[in-house]
Design a protein around this ligand. Structure first.
Ligand SMILES: *Cc1c(COP(=O)(O)O)cnc(C)c1O
Length: 360
């Protein structure tokens, strides 16, 4: 008998059980074809059908306008940190970046290898506990694009607003894409590593406005040129077929959950319960400005960090996995992505209360 516990991992993260069941059923013999998806040619009618359906379902979920391409690429979100300037930042040009934490800092560091990167605003002045309002941003007049990180997976900060900028807006949505409805038309480019809220690792999804294609530097490797990927249906070379297929199953599952409106309702309920439990307690705390708290990644500390170990041990005994905070910040972190059910948050909140009664 296999058992499924509650998994709060930040990434690779929990996947919906129904999707894993379906993948298991189809693993040896996909839809009577006598082979698994992993063994199919990416050029076969079968796989092209899987790939096209996945793209269409993602387009439906996010209501992606027709003048955007959807690319299924490799290299993770981290490769996008370089791929974006190689495609969008002309030699000698300037790009604006907003610094809200560890992931935006990584994007800033990598893009700085390719041109003039101007940090137009930073949460540093708020110790990374609050997002600077747009009135405090110092945008350049001539930026090729403005990059920001709508959800800081480690710090637990999330924008609940979309910046209004005149340059194309570029967003790293690795940890909050598909968590609620989004107006894609406000963006030039959106990217997301799959292993948080889309599917398994090995895939990064890029949604890019068509007029931003074809601007890559002459020195840009062919494999990193968005226009090449778009022209070849993300199959210039062999794509990560199994990750693409599984992501497609998750898009179908999201539609069955009522799409992104449905996810928003559940995710809102989950985050309310968890932050309410933290705020009401004398033992747990979360330092983030309330309006900027992440719905997906909830870091919290215990008043005495000597209690961290027993807290984690007790959690594991109760089947609550991967609550240890990122090594750079310590404490705890509960990642409550789409595939983490409300029952998982209920179980966590109940355990937190029980632990506080014993140790508070
Ligand atoms: C996880 C994460 C990344 C890195 O993703 P990889 O796919 O491992 O490169 C980048 N940005 C954010 C916001 C993340 O959460």
């Amino acid at each position: 008998m296999s058992k499924r516990l509650f998994n709060f991992c930040a990434g690779p993260a929990a996947l919906p059980e129904a999707v894993l069941q379906q993948a298991r059923e189809e693993l040896l013999d996909w839809q009577g074809k006598g082979l698994s998806v992993m063994e199919m040619s990416h050029r076969s009618d079968e796989f092209v059908g899987i790939a096209e359906r996945a793209e269409q379902d993602l387009r439906d979920l996010l209501a992606i306008p027709n003048n955007y391409k959807v690319l299924f690429l490799q290299g993770g979100a981290s490769q996008q940190f370089a791929q974006i300037p190689l495609n969008l930042l002309p030699e000698g040009g300037r790009a604006d970046y907003i610094d809200t934490g560890i992931w935006s800092a990584k994007a800033i560091e990598e893009s700085s290898r390719f041109g003039n990167v101007h940090v137009a605003a930073s949460a540093k002045g708020h110790d990374y506990f609050a997002i600077p309002g747009q009135n405090d941003w110092q945008l350049s007049g001539d930026a090729a694009y403005v990059h920001y990180t709508p959800n800081e997976t480690i710090g637990g900060l999330e924008f609940n607003w979309v910046p209004e900028v005149s340059a194309p807006l570029v967003a790293d949505m690795s940890s909050n894409i598909l968590s609620r409805p989004l107006d894609v038309s406000k963006f030039g480019l959106i990217y997301a590593g799959a292993q948080k809220n889309i599917g398994p690792s090995g895939l990064v999804v890029v949604i890019v406005r068509e007029d931003l294609l074809g601007r890559a530097r002459a020195s840009c490797p062919t494999m990193l040129d968005y226009a090449v990927a778009a022209k070849n249906g993300s199959m210039y070379n062999t794509p990560p077929t199994f990750a693409w297929y599984l992501s497609g199953l998750i898009f179908q599952w999201l539609k069955q959950q009522g799409g992104l409106e449905g996810m928003k309702r559940v995710n809102d309920a989950k985050q309310r319960k968890l932050y309410a439990a933290i705020d009401a307690s004398g033992l747990y705390s979360n330092p983030i400005n309330v309006a900027d708290r992440s719905w997906m990644n909830v870091p919290f500390r215990l008043a005495d960090d000597r209690l961290d170990k027993p807290f984690l041990a007790g959690a594991e005994e109760r089947g609550l996995l991967n609550l240890k905070g990122h090594r750079s910040v310590g404490g705890m972190r509960a990642s409550i992505y789409n595939a983490v059910p409300e029952a998982a948050v209920d179980a966590l909140v109940a355990y937190m209360a029980e632990f506080e009664k014993q140790h508070g």
